[in-house]
Design a protein around this ligand. Structure first.
Ligand SMILES: Cc1ncc(COP(=O)(O)O)c(C=O)c1O
Length: 496
């Protein structure tokens, strides 16, 4: 922003025209957007990394990026089948190579046949390639025990984020008290708060119950809705299952209760199910909202509006850089569905390599295919290691005085609660920082470990947390968890 001096901007004083676009004139909704998982702490981590590269001495030799659910960046292995097929699609000359299994070639040819000019470089239909939408529908049917899924209700997207934004955009309307309110969990994945700020919608917080392993409580939904109706018009309820950052997996009973609540209160349901493959805890199972909704029968199955999101970014594949995902809409007004189609067509189409990966994720090699065994082994290895890391994380944190961690039942994160001494809280306030931001910054400066403060996700007043991914390789994870616990103990001593 041009500095103002005595009514004249610095630019004007220098004989230059004032910029049209300044912090004062820009879209205020964009200015309000915050996105903690790539926020100030991550910027500081990048600076420290640069210092290390330039030989500046630090108490650590590398930055551990435990802030972002980016599996491959943390060393997770890619799934060979996906990469072989992609390589063939990107460079079809390789179809003559003897180094690729026969089923990868068949698969690549199938994908290329579906692309304009048989090329991954061509635009596609805005909702994605029809054949892949059919693959997705088939996957959903299988996942949901045969409940039908219509490819016309499936829209491929640039990661789940893009589809979530599209659906929220359709929902946002009104001014003053008629402005759309959207109920989101607290703690939440900050895409939601960021998008609601950008769209000038009202964020309506409902709190997950930390004392009951981050369970969702219908009475709390009721409270949040009731209060919100005093100042906005709640139209949508968003659920993240399995949860980010909280790692809980919802029970079927809970999902049924949420659906009944949404139906009675006339709320559009958004089910963020991007972690549907990431369920680790004994006794926990993923239940899709679509399946539960359909099994509840009429009037729910025939009337309750639902959008359910999935992605290639998480699970065992972690292909987040390819940007692939989809939304399935259920009971959406057909005229609105046309509007959604129109909105998507403005952005032309999701990346075609991402669409191709999605088509493989939803339709992996069959038992009779040459790639099947290796695919199964690689998939199992990733998921088994994630499950072991989830358990280890919970265990090590819970051994540390002043840290309490709920079971990581699913997803890719722990969200432990930390006790911070009153003097640390006071010091943070003097510095204008949230206390857990102060803790996380000190942790980064002293150990090189980068985690995200709980304040970036929302938390109950007076409680402090951080989010750490369970993604670091097994051999690094235990020392990392122990180092973090030791740092917490030292921090507590320093400020006692
Ligand atoms: C709960 C949740 N929803 C959506 C997304 C966005 O995923 P994508 O990479 O598919 O846009 C993420 C990413 O971390 C997430 O955690």
């Amino acid at each position: 922003m041009a500095a103002r001096a005595g009514g004249h901007s610095q630019a004007a004083m220098n004989g230059m025209k004032e910029k049209v676009l300044t912090l004062d004139t820009m879209n205020p909704c964009v200015r309000r957007v915050e996105y903690a998982v790539r926020g100030p702490i991550v910027l500081r981590a990048l600076e420290l990394e640069q210092d290390l590269r330039q030989g500046v001495k630090k108490p650590f030799t590398e930055i551990i990026h435990a802030n972002l659910g980016d599996a491959q960046a943390m060393g997770q292995k890619t799934i060979t089948f996906f990469r072989q097929v992609l390589a063939l699609c990107v460079h079809p000359d390789l179809l003559n190579s003897p180094h690729f299994p026969e089923d990868t070639k068949r698969r690549a040819e199938r994908i290329l046949q579906a692309c304009g000019g048989h090329s991954l470089g061509a635009y596609t239909f805005s909702a994605g390639i029809r054949l892949f939408r059919e693959d997705v529908a088939q996957y959903i049917e299988q996942r949901d025990g045969g409940i039908p899924s219509d490819p016309n209700n499936i829209f491929l997207s640039t990661g789940a984020s893009d589809a979530i934004m599209t659906v929220l955009k359709l929902l946002v309307a009104g001014e003053g008290r008629s402005r759309t309110g959207v109920l989101i969990p607290i703690p939440q994945y900050p895409l939601y708060s960021a998008v609601l700020a950008e769209f000038n919608a009202v964020q309506v917080d409902y709190y997950l119950d930390e004392d009951r392993a981050w369970a969702l409580d219908i009475a709390e939904l009721q409270r949040a809705l009731h209060e919100a109706r005093g100042h906005c018009t709640p139209r949508a309820l968003c659920i993240i299952n399995p949860g980010n950052p909280t790692g809980q997996v919802q029970t079927r009973e809970c999902i049924e209760a949420v659906i009944r609540f949404a139906f009675e209160e006339r709320l559009f349901l958004l089910a963020d199910e991007v972690y549907q493959d990431n369920v680790y805890a004994d006794g926990s199972r993923f239940h899709s909202f679509k399946k539960v909704l359909m099994e509840m029968g009429p009037p729910y199955s025939t009337q309750q509006e639902l959008a359910s999101f999935h992605s290639i970014s998480k699970g065992y594949m972690g292909e987040c850089g390819f940007r692939g995902g989809y939304v399935e809409v259920v009971n959406m007004d057909p005229k609105v569905q046309q509007q959604m189609q129109k909105l998507m067509s403005v952005r032309l189409c999701p990346p075609v390599p991402g669409q191709a990966v999605l088509s493989m994720v939803v339709s992996p090699p069959a038992p009779s295919d040459p790639s099947f065994e290796q695919f199964q082994a690689e998939r199992q290895a990733v998921l088994a290691e994630l499950a072991a890391k989830a358990k280890l994380t919970e265990q090590v944190f819970n051994e540390a005085p002043g840290i309490r961690c709920n079971p990581v039942q699913g997803a890719m994160y722990s969200f432990p609660r930390v006790q911070l001494p009153a003097r640390a809280v006071q010091r943070a306030q003097e510095l204008g920082l949230a206390p857990d931001m102060f803790f996380c910054l000190r942790l980064l400066e002293e150990t090189g470990i980068c985690v995200v403060p709980g304040s970036g996700f929302g938390q109950r007043e007076g409680t402090y947390h951080f989010r750490m991914t369970i993604l670091p390789p097994m051999e690094k994870l235990r020392p990392l968890l122990e180092k973090l616990s030791q740092f917490h103990a030292k921090f507590t001593r320093d400020f006692s």
